[in-house]
Design a binder for this molecule. Structure first.
Ligand code: PMP
Ligand code: GLN
Length: 379
């Protein structure tokens, strides 16, 4: 067996959710809403399931969804895309696998930013590449141009950027994006942009994709997920967008990973993406859960770090008077406090930040209030 997998445990998300499945604990760990999804979207999926074909749809996705993704990106981000730029995948996770397996060869180096989403480094390694980490630090998790430049070598093939960033809930500034784009252009790198949180930005902030910066259209693979836009994480409908020449090669990798993705869910997501009202309603709901959790934390004397996006709020543990590190506090919270959380150190391989705990806020207020009360009781 390949040692990458035979030596690997389950992810921290699976570990925490498994502890919660018997209903004994509050799960503020793995990121997912505690509702089932918007009723309109569920009805559209049900209708498509009953009334349309359930046989293999086209491998790159149903035309309705490829068009809807391109149109939504034009409306929401001003991007000039068509269905030829879009390949539908079984979640953003598959889009990441497709992109990394199709673009990274043995000997290549890939720059990753830590905190790093857990799927990236194992995929890079399985493709024969080497991850090179650039470390971001709290409270602002800023991207430093000199540090990025120093990580580039003649072997560097790509940068993987996750913006907005899971687990911190922060966003790169336009200046930071511009710096990253310039590094990519200067060294002829691919930019693999995991933008699954693009629709979950609060405070009136609009999303700007690295794809839109000068020189980036031909070298960027932009990855999205309906799971995050609509809060239906189990659906696993994602996509990648790239220049047609690149997208057609990535489509070849997709055809031998999953080939295709359930058609009824693709039709439903196409309908959902046509409704700005639905997307806005989801985001506004999560703006409220973010505000509720942050104020409940403040009420119990926890210091929350700034979070302008995603379903996550982060606690600064030392700033909250807690002396345990994040992994220690998360273990105590889940076993004694009966509330699951995610230690941010799990998003580092080296040089970890151990002072920050991630909590998922897209839950009922009563659940959030009880979760915070439990955390406060034993800290
Ligand atoms: N990338 C990031 C940064 C994520 O947070 C997630 C899911 N939480 C994914 C990728 C995976 O998305 P999907 O469920 O569509 O595969
Ligand atoms: N991305 C989700 C989170 O951060 C987890 C997804 C997964 O478990 N694969 O909570």
């Amino acid at each position: 067996l390949n040692p990458i997998y035979s030596g690997m445990g389950v992810t921290i998300f699976e570990k925490m959710s498994a502890l919660c499945r018997d209903g004994s604990r509050i799960n503020l760990g793995q990121g997912f809403p505690d509702d089932s999804g918007p009723p309109e979207l569920l009805a559209a999926a049900g209708k498509a399931l009953l009334e349309r074909s359930n046989q293999y749809p086209p491998s790159p996705g149903v035309p309705e969804l490829r068009d809807a993704v391109a149109t939504w990106y034009y409306r929401s981000q001003g991007l000039d895309l068509s269905r030829d730029n879009v390949v539908v995948t079984s979640g953003a996770t598959e889009a990441l696998a497709v992109t990394i397996l199709a673009s990274i060869s043995p000997g290549d180096e890939v720059i990753l930013f830590a905190p790093v989403y857990d799927a990236y480094a194992p995929l890079v390694r399985r493709a024969g590449g080497t991850p090179v980490f650039v470390t971001l630090r709290p409270p602002h998790w800023r991207y430093d141009g000199d540090a990025i430049e120093a990580a580039v070598t003649p072997r560097t093939r790509a940068i993987i950027l996750n913006d907005p960033l899971n687990p911190t809930g922060t966003c790169a500034s336009v200046e930071e994006l511009s710096t990253i784009a310039q590094v990519c252009v200067r060294h002829d790198l691919l930019a693999i942009c995991d933008e699954v949180w693009e629709a979950v930005r609060f405070d009136g902030q609009s999303h700007r994709s690295l794809l839109s910066f000068p020189g980036m259209a031909a070298r960027t693979i932009k990855i999205g997920s309906a799971g995050k836009i609509f809060g239906v994480t189990g659906w696993k409908i994602g996509w990648l967008c790239a220049a047609p020449a690149l997208a057609s090669v990535l489509a070849r990798a997709h055809q031998f990973l999953t080939f295709t993705t359930p058609p009824a869910l693709q039709y439903a997501v196409a309908e959902g993406l046509a409704s700005d009202a639905l997307i806005d309603e989801r985001r506004e709901g999560w703006a409220q859960t973010r505000a509720f959790l942050n104020s409940a934390l403040a009420g119990e004397g926890f210091a929350a770090l700034p979070n302008g996006a995603t379903w996550f709020s982060c606690i600064d543990l030392p700033g909250s008077g807690i002396t345990l590190d994040d992994a220690g506090f998360a273990e105590r919270s889940v076993h004694e406090g009966m509330v699951a959380s995610i230690p941010v150190s799990a998003f580092y391989e080296t040089d970890a930040v151990t002072s920050v705990l991630r909590l998922c806020h897209c839950k009922a207020e009563s659940t959030l209030a009880e979760g915070v009360a439990r955390l406060a009781r034993f800290r």
